[in-house]
Structure formats: C-alpha cells, structure tokens
Design a protein around this ligand. Sequence first.
Ligand SMILES: Nc1nc2c(ncn2[C@@H]2O[C@H](COP(=O)(O)OP(=O)(O)OP(=O)(O)O)[C@@H](O)[C@H]2O)c(=O)[nH]1
Ligand SMILES: [Mg+2]
Length: 217
Amino acid sequence: MEIKVVKDILDANERIAQRNQKLFDANNLFAVNLMSSPGAGKTSLILQTLKSLKGKIGIGVIEGDVSSSLDAEAIGREGVSVVQINTAGGCHLDANMLSIALDSVPLGDIRLLFIENVGNLICPAEFSLGEHRRVLISSIPEGDDKPFKYPLMFHTVDAVLINKIDLLPYLKFDIDAFSQTIKGMNQKVKIFPVSCTSGQGIEKWVSWLLSQMRNPV
Ligand SMILES: Nc1nc2c(ncn2[C@@H]2O[C@H](COP(=O)(O)OP(=O)(O)OP(=O)(O)O)[C@@H](O)[C@H]2O)c(=O)[nH]1
Ligand SMILES: [Mg+2]
C-alpha cells in the first residue's frame, strides 16, 4: 500500500513535468536542472556561465532553496531574470513548484533556463521537473566515492561537472577513477572538470550546453 502511494506521487509529478516541458517547447526554451550536494557550486556555475553567454542569449534562472533568497539576489545582481522558490523544508523541487514559479518567468524573452535545485544528492534525482537536460555538479572536497553512495543521481544525469579542480593540489581526489566509475554506470554521460573560481574548463561546458540546444543563438 505504501509503495502505491509513492508511485501515485511520482506519476502525478511526471504528468506535471510533461506539461512543463510542453510549455518550454512552445516557447522554444531549453531547460537545465542543476543538481548537487549543498555548496558544490551550482550558483557559482550559473554565474560563470552567465559571464560567457550574457548578452548573446536570453537567460533565466529559477533558484530552489529550503529558505532564503541569497542565491536569487546574487543572480539578480547580474541583471538576469530570476525567481526564487523556497521549499519551506522540502529537500527537492518538484514539477508543481516549478509550474507555479514559471508564471513569474518572462518565457518569451528566454532561450535558456537554469533551474538550481535544492542542494541534495538523493531526492532531486527522483523528481523530474520537465527539464531537457539534467546536470550534476560534484566537487573535489566531497571526495571521489560519491557515485557509489548516491548511484541514482549519477545514473540519471546527462552531464557531470567536477568542480573546484583548483583544490586538487590540496585534497585527495582521483579524477580518472571517478570518471571511469561514472562512465561504468552511465555510458552517455559527459564529464567536465571545471573551476568556477578560476574559470578553467568553463568554455568546454558552455560549448556542450549550446550544442544541446536547437538554434541556440
Ligand atoms: N575553491 C573553489 N571554491 C569554489 C568553486 N566554486 C564554488 N566555490 C565556493 O564554494 C562555495 C559554495 O558555492 P555555491 O556556488 O554557493 O554552491 P551551491 O551549490 O550553489 O550551494 P547551495 O545553493 O547552498 O547548495 C562558495 O564559497 C564558493 O565560492 C571553485 O571552483 N573552487
Ligand atoms: Mg546555490
């Protein structure tokens, strides 16, 4: 019985996610669900990506956090359209929260929408939002064992960014072994080592992102 309840919730979420995706497609908008553990660098990655793409393509951001609007304020200072969702304790965004937030997004002005999910490696993997691509940021200080501990997340993403590579001289993290483990779990995944502090590797990530969009510019 309990299992059925969970299944009903996920089915209902999937129906709303499909509706969100139809809305994105009708507006020629490409949506990216950015996920990671707390502090891995989701907001920093959006800010770095904005440096490359602002002025070339309409970008919008939806920020998901349990509480506060700090990330939305940081994005808003870049002059980009941003909406904050506070989940009030919820550990992930769901399709219905996103659907409500989309009412406040100027869809016609945006070609690329970043959805920063709540920092968590477990629940966000289970709830589709209607996004076109799912992107995970893993960071060097978290350690290279995370694919073994949170397999669903690594199975379900299109790309993994390995962030904070500027810290490699100070912390033990085997990038080759980490990459091989992920590829073994998810053959289609793209992997991008980056530093959102120095900007290293960001160009390759941005090129891949644009390559995934239809008529990006
Ligand atoms: N050394 C280093 N620090 C980084 C890098 N990227 C982000 N940080 C720092 O990591 C901390 C967290 O970065 P955020 O971008 O806020 O991470 P987040 O995933 O958005 O965090 P939450 O929204 O709280 O889950 C900040 O102090 C950043 O300055 C990086 O490439 N190298
Ligand atoms: Mg953030």
